[in-house]
Design a protein around this ligand. Structure first.
Ligand code: SAM
Ligand code: SF4
Length: 326
């Protein structure tokens, strides 16, 4: 499917829950209580109907997210059934790694090829401050995943000025020693939280300048693992045992960022979101429950994809990132 701006849309990111066992400063407002009711969550069968409809429309790439997808009880069944559908070419999952120690073998067997793991700090106290979680559990989860033969495990870091801005140094070393790509994501105004303000936004450009002062960044033009929006570079610097693979997702500051957008999002409560940075949504849940063909609703959502996000245009989040799906 081609959207009104000539972009091929073949990537669906599905949130399977808005709940999470962490509470990252930039994702979930303190005391957040806006959880969707259980009956408003897409059931497993509804998720499968949505994905099947998407494959008929030409979607080929699927990523499961949340909230924290691994806290949904039937997550393995959901993954197995998606992977069994004809037309599904790639299946990825985004996670905070807290449950990977237990679930890595099962999700790999279920068909997941690519994992994205959030990791914002390697200092345990700072990790706890940002996420509320326990770093040692996360590191055990990452090691458990490394023992399975995933095609790729990428690390994601939201670098925030004045909070974890110096963590890029140990994170790059950690990722390099394990042969993992590490991506830096600019802080986006996706929730009303104290951490999200202009003073904490650290642009990828500034980060790249800091990196270039200590080493060499070289663009890896053809490298695009996982179909996401990152631009990848190889980074060499004194003290690194091997070149690092670094990705930069500059949604806030990179000119023409939206030109390569290839995705739709489906929230856990069944709303199609044509653009992360615009509040408009289309109700797929009600349409499914009324017996509509999900492919038609997806077609409508593609037709409504805007040219650009409006993060820089006084964007006001209607719901936080945990309830949209990252
Ligand atoms: N719980 C899983 C995790 O943490 O990876 C999956 C869901 S999480 C919402 C997906 C991604 O969104 C994470 O990499 C997280 O860092 C990112 N994210 C959440 N809020 C963000 C924000 N305000 N700005 C930038 N990235 C954000
Ligand atoms: Fe949970 Fe992921 Fe949001 Fe953190 S970023 S609160 S781990 S959903």
């Amino acid at each position: 499917m081609i959207d009104p701006f000539g972009r091929t849309i073949d990537y669906l990111r599905l949130s399977v829950t808005d709940r999470c066992n962490e509470r990252c400063l930039y994702c979930m407002p303190e005391g957040y209580k806006g959880w969707a009711q259980r009956q408003d969550h897409l059931t497993t069968d509804e998720i499968i109907r949505a994905v099947e409809g998407a494959t008929r429309l030409g979607f080929r790439k699927f990523r499961i997210t949340g909230g924290e997808p691994l806290i949904r009880k039937d997550i393995v069944e959901i993954l197995e059934r998606i992977w069994a559908l004809p037309g599904v070419q790639t299946l990825g999952l985004s996670t905070n790694a807290s449950r990977l120690s237990k679930l890595a073998p099962a999700i790999r067997r279920a068909g997941v090829r690519s994992l994205n793991v959030s990791l914002d700090a390697l200092d345990p106290a700072l990790y706890h401050r940002i996420t509320g979680g326990d770093l040692s559990t996360i590191l055990e989860g990452i090691e458990a995943a490394r023992r399975e033969n995933f095609e790729i495990i990428k690390l994601n870091c939201v670098l925030m000025r004045g909070i974890n801005e110096t963590e890029f140094v140990p994170l790059i070393r950690f990722a390099t020693e394990r042969g993992m790509p590490l991506r830096f994501i600019e802080l986006m105004p996706l929730a009303s939280t104290a951490a999200i303000n202009a003073t904490h936004l650290l642009s990828v450009e500034e980060l790249m300048e800091r990196l270039a002062a200590q080493g060499t960044l070289q663009r890896r033009a053809g490298y695009q693992p996982g179909h996401g929006p990152a631009r990848y570079y190889e980074y060499t610097a004194p003290g690194l045992t091997a070149p690092a693979t670094l990705g930069f997702i500059g949604a806030m500051t990179t000119p023409h960022f939206c030109e390569t957008c290839n995705k739709l999002r489906l929230t856990a409560d069944g709303k199609l979101r044509p653009c992360l940075g615009r509040v408009g949504e289309i109700d797929l849940l009600q349409a499914l429950r009324a017996g509509a063909d999900p492919a038609e609703i997806l077609r409508t959502a593609i037709a409504q994809k805007p040219e650009n996000h409006e993060f820089l245009d006084n964007y006001q989040p209607s719901r936080p990132m945990t309830a949209i799906g990252g």
